[in-house]
Design a protein around this ligand. Structure first.
Ligand SMILES: [Zn+2]
Length: 96
């Protein structure tokens, strides 16, 4: 599974989209906390996918729970990618 690439952010004050930086280019809002939160989310995502890759599902659930607390949108994306990567076969819906 490929980790999410979040190279841009949207300023919560003015809505300007930009690359991650410590300050909004338009309104000068301090974005450091958001940037750190994004970095922590991506780190948790990486740890979650690594745990899944080696079959450590108990640890993967722990990382997923932490990720849900700080970034539920990213967790939803990880789960969506995971479901797409699973091969259930073409007729699996008929067998449920
Ligand atoms: Zn701004």
């Amino acid at each position: 599974m490929t980790p999410t690439n979040r190279t841009k952010c949207r300023c919560p004050s003015c809505g300007a989209e930009q690359v991650w930086q410590d300050e909004c280019r338009r309104c000068r809002t301090d974005l450091r906390e958001l940037r750190l939160l994004n970095e922590n989310s991506l780190l948790l995502e990486q740890k979650l996918t690594d745990a899944l890759d080696i079959g450590d599902y108990r640890q993967a659930v722990r990382y997923a729970q932490k990720l849900e607390q700080i970034d539920p949108v990213l967790l939803n994306e990880v789960l969506r990618q995971l479901s797409l990567s699973l091969d259930f076969g073409k007729n699996s819906a008929n067998t449920l």
